[in-house]
Design a protein around this ligand. Sequence first.
Ligand SMILES: Nc1nc2c(ncn2[C@@H]2O[C@H](COP(=O)(O)OP(=O)(O)OP(=O)(O)O)[C@@H](O)[C@H]2O)c(=O)[nH]1
Ligand SMILES: [Mg+2]
Length: 483
Amino acid sequence: METEKNVQGNVTAPCEVPAKGSSESMEPTIAAIATALSPSGLSIIRLSGVDAVEIADRVFCGSTSLSEAPSHTIHYGHIVDREEVIDEVMVLLMRGPKSYTREDTVEIDCHGGVYVTRRILEAVLHAGAALAAPGEFTKRAFLNGRIDLSEAEAVIDVINSQNDFALRSSLSQLSGKLSGRIRSIRDLLLNDMAMIESALDDPEHFSLEGMNETFLSHADQATQELKELKRRSGQGRILKEGIRTVIVGKPNVGKSSLLNLLSGTDRAIVTDQEGTTRDILEEHIRIGSLTLNLIDTAGIRETEDIVEKIGVERAKEVMSQADLVLFVIDISLDLDDNDRKIFSMISEKNTIIILNKSDLEHKITKEEILQNLKDQTNIPILNMSARFDAGTDELEETLMQLFSEGKIDYDQELFVTNERHLALIDEALSSLAMVRESIQNELPEDFYTIDLMNAYSALGSIIGEAVEEDLVNRIFEKFCMGK
Ligand SMILES: Nc1nc2c(ncn2[C@@H]2O[C@H](COP(=O)(O)OP(=O)(O)OP(=O)(O)O)[C@@H](O)[C@H]2O)c(=O)[nH]1
Ligand SMILES: [Mg+2]
């Protein structure tokens, strides 16, 4: 804004304020702060609705009136509320339908102080705007047909993206990739449903003779495509949320020390007492290009201590949901029953064994570990010292080997990571399985059109066709204010 200081706005003379509520519209014009409420360079207050320009004009004093200005222009001036100048601003004017919501939209760029931002919001509310509900701007974009539901949900994901992958995958969904895929599957089913319905209505002119093969192959094609979307979703979740990594081991082996080392913090309490960690502790860390959602747990052992016992149970539970288990063993002690118990809980597909405290005298050999692993011989075994920072490079290499196979082409691939979408894909899949079964059992067409319809409408719910209003509301409530 500093560069614009030579432009003079009409500050001293209070602006003429037109009367409120001149519009007949049912939907109120909404306003909200669109940026985070913390001190920053700039903040944005956004307005959308039929009266957006008029309301902005009531608080904006510049050399031109916004109502007379052409769309997609930027204007320098001041925000004045009840004759008091609040801030020097730039105002962006976008008339519908060429705007995010397809409605007339005004964005006020002001200085990024929390107080000043709030004051400007207050001014526009006072001038006639209603405070927007979370997600209401995007909801309007959806209701006005600018984006479909899966694209709207991608907006939430873009905002919440924690890493590059998550961002790119959300952007790909936002660009309509998922919708395109779902639409083409629906088209396939719709054609078949239409044929069946026509034949049932008018059997004289439409015959389904020999069509069963086609219907079956379409159901199979749809099933295959949906299964492929599902198959990739697990990988997508890992890339989006991070690898759910649980550190387990008996007490005092150095689990919390490992968490602290890898996260570069002193988050976890480390003592030489057994049973120090009682509860689950979580840190997000980056290793190379991977994000790990690292979880420290209570040492697993037989215990009578009630608090510790709960901690141990929780450790077992998170272990069962983990993408990766880091099983820590103290190399300076002989293996005991507590270690052995954990050996029986791990699996080959997602475990790395860490022989910690390798700076001390070694009491355990890799051979001994292998004996306990029985046939799970592919589990990597690494020496580390969490206390003296040794072995992290090797751990990083191992992780990269385990998780970077199948390099992902973000632009080509589509990852369904939204739980709602996955549940609907499952629903469609089970309806399609019933279609297949009916056709194979040579049941009449009217018997399975209902299942085809179910699959069709489950897929429709992903992109927001034929969804009930409460479902739409529930989705948009997840948004933040101003979006
Ligand atoms: N010499 C040596 N000591 C270590 C190493 N890692 C951890 N320790 C020590 O081992 C003790 C236990 O460490 P913690 O990280 O608290 O162990 P823990 O597994 O989280 O223990 P619980 O929370 O009780 O289950 C502390 O005194 C640490 O300083 C290591 O690599 N070498
Ligand atoms: Mg601990």
